[in-house]
Design a protein around this ligand. Structure first.
Ligand code: ADP
Length: 277
């Protein structure tokens, strides 16, 4: 699938840099925990969904316009681990951009942790994105020449978190991803799998409502892929909400919930199948 290949994504109304995507405000509230017995896709105790799309349409201008998303509705609750899976051209990148508030839909509603972003200014949406979403990309997007610790701490740099807190929180995040022994390593000297762990730590350090992981194993060998998927499974067990966007049906099948996208529509959602059977 196509993912942002440059550090800048231009949207109709805003310009979003990777630094903005990965720089974060301090956490709001406690990190969600999994409610035992929670049915995927079903609200737990009335809490707003981590992410909800209602009747989302995305059209790219042209003659005729391209309808990349066609009436997409999906709800992802706190504590879920969900695969969004589909072949090339199915609309995954467009869905990632809309879910991540990097691009606005043509119509429909995107709510993050109960906040309807369609009613918010671009500035407010950028704030919601920074505080409530963690991004992981296939290409890692680490800053070369900086340590693992600084790469993660950088995610909190513009959020008013004092330097000492930034460091402490980054150490904890790196320990969570199994890199407590690599804090001072230059990111250039880390393996691909380790780089992706650093990127995951950076996505987690501000305790977002959910993590959007775009083909997180796309640049990894099979051993590192297994390790990163194990890590993602472990983070889910701890209560982290994660959406993995992938074209890889084997990876999707290994996750608890699969939302299959085809031709800009949701072709199937295993959570809904489970609810009706
Ligand atoms: P995927 O990530 O699954 O490969 P995309 O979201 O990139 O799918 O694309 C979905 C559809 O939208 C495709 O038909 C693609 O050609 C079209 N598309 C994507 N981006 C644009 C764009 N900027 N302008 C016009 N059409 C686009």
């Amino acid at each position: 699938m196509t993912t942002p290949t440059t550090t800048t994504t231009t949207t109709p109304a805003t310009t979003t840099t990777t630094a903005e995507m990965t720089s974060h405000l301090p956490a709001v509230g406690a990190r969600p925990t999994v409610t035992p017995g929670t049915t995927p896709g079903v609200a737990a105790g009335g809490r707003p969904a981590a992410l909800e799309l209602r009747n989302v349409v995305k059209e790219y201008p042209g003659h005729p316009p391209v309808r990349a998303l066609d009436d997409v509705s999906v709800r992802i609750d706190h504590g879920e681990l969900v695969a969004v899976v589909g072949p090339s051209g199915s609309g995954k990148s467009t869905l990632l951009n809309v879910m991540g508030t990097l691009d606005r839909p043509t119509s429909g509603v995107v709510s993050i942790d109960g906040a309807d972003t369609s009613t918010l200014s671009d500035r407010r949406v950028a704030g919601v994105r920074a505080r409530r979403i963690g991004f992981v990309f296939q290409q890692f997007f680490l800053l070369p020449g900086m340590t693992a610790l600084d790469n993660v701490a950088n995610g909190l740099l513009y959020q008013g978190v004092p330097p000492r807190d930034r460091r402490e929180r980054s150490v904890v995040a790196l320990q969570r991803v199994g890199l407590g022994h690599r804090l001072r390593h230059d990111s250039n000297h880390l393996s691909g799998g380790e780089r992706q762990r650093v990127a995951i730590a950076r996505a987690l350090v501000h305790e977002p409502a959910f993590v959007l992981a775009d083909e997180p194993t796309g640049n990894l060998d099979s051993k590192s892929t297994a390790a990163v998927m194990d890590l993602i499974g472990g983070l889910h067990d701890e209560g982290t909400t994660i959406v993995v966007i992938t074209h890889d049906t084997a990876i999707a099948a290994s996750l608890p919930r699969q939302v299959a996208v085809f031709d800009g529509r949701i072709e199937s959602d295993s959570a809904l199948e489970g609810a009706t059977s």
